[in-house]
Design a protein around this ligand. Sequence first.
Ligand SMILES: [Zn+2]
Length: 361
Amino acid sequence: MAGYGYEVDFLPVGNGDKSGDAIVLRYGEPGSYKVMVVDGGTKESGQKIVDHIKEHYGTTHVDYLVNTHPDADHASGLEVVLEQLTVGEVWVHRPWEYAEEIRHWFKDGRITDESLASRLKDLLSHAYRLEELADEKGIPIFEPYAGAKIGDFYVLSPDQDWYLELVPQFNKTPEARSVSMAEAVKSFGLRVLEKMASWVDEHWHIETLSEDGETSCENESSVILYANLDGRGVLLTGDAGIQALGRACDYAEALDLDLVSSRFIQVPHHGSRNNVSPSVLDRFVGLKNTQGTAATKTAFVSASKDSEVHPRKVVTNAFLRRGADVHQTKGQSKRHSHNMPNREGWTASTPVPFHAQVEGD
Ligand SMILES: [Zn+2]
C-alpha cells in the first residue's frame, strides 16, 4: 500500500526498580492515521504520552485507549491521557460487572454480589478510575477479551471465561490464594542471590531458561494484542505469563495468524524470567536460530532505568537466539517504525548484546 506506515513508541516508565509500560502507536495512511495507547505507566509517564502524541503525532486525539491489566504502573498514566486528550474508545476489563458469575469462586459464603463488586472496584481502583473518567466524558467502554478487535488489532488473550477464573485469585481478593505474597518472597530471595553474584554460563547453543516460570494472575490477565500492518506482524504482550502466551498462540492458530512471522514483539513483563519458557518462545518468537545469522525481527522491552532484574539476561538471550534484536527503554524512549517520516534528533538504538553469563538460581 502506497504511503501506508506504522510506528510503535515505548516511553520510559518509572524510577528505581519498578517497571511499567507506556506504549503509543499509530498506523495507516498519512492524514488518516489511527492512534492507539496501550497502558500509560505512572502519572508522570502519562504526561509524557500526552506530550509525545502532540509533538510527534501532531494530534490531540487518541482513537483507542487500552489497559492491559489493572496494575498501577500500567493503568494510572492512562488517567492523564483521558483527562488531557480526546479519546474515541476505552478498552478495559470490568470484573465488577460479573460479581454474580464469579462469586462461587470465592470461599467466603457471606460475600454478596454487591460487596464483591465494590471490593473489586477498590482492589482494582486504577482500572475502575478509567471507567469513571470514560463515563464522565461519555466515551464508550469495551472489554478486551479474545474475539474482540481494537482497530486493526486482534485481542488474542484472555478469553472471558478464563479471565473470570483469574479474578478471584488477584492479590488481596477475599479468601484467594496469595500469589503476590509468594512472588514477593521469591523476588526478595532472588535479589539476595543477585547480590551473591550467582551467574551461570550460557552459549548460543546452551539455554538455561526454565520451562516452569509462574507469574501472578493479574499479569496472566494481561491483554495480548496482534495486528498484521501492511504485511508486518506487531505483537504486544503486556505482563502476560506462560499460560496466557500459550493460549494466545492457540487462538492465533485458530484464526490462522502467523505470530512467528511478526516483525515486532514486546518482551512480556519487562523481561522477567518467570513469564516465558523456551517452548512458548518457540511458538510466538520462533525456533532457535542454530546458525547464529542476523536478526529478522525487533523486540522491545520496557524496563525501568535502575532495575537490576529487568530485563533478565537469560530472557534477552532467548529472544536473540530466536532471531529478535532486543532494545530496552531503561529511561529512554524507543521507536520502531516502518514507512514513516524520520524524526529530527532521533538516532538508532543499540540492541542488547548476547550475554555469555546469565543470572543463576
Ligand atoms: Zn508491569
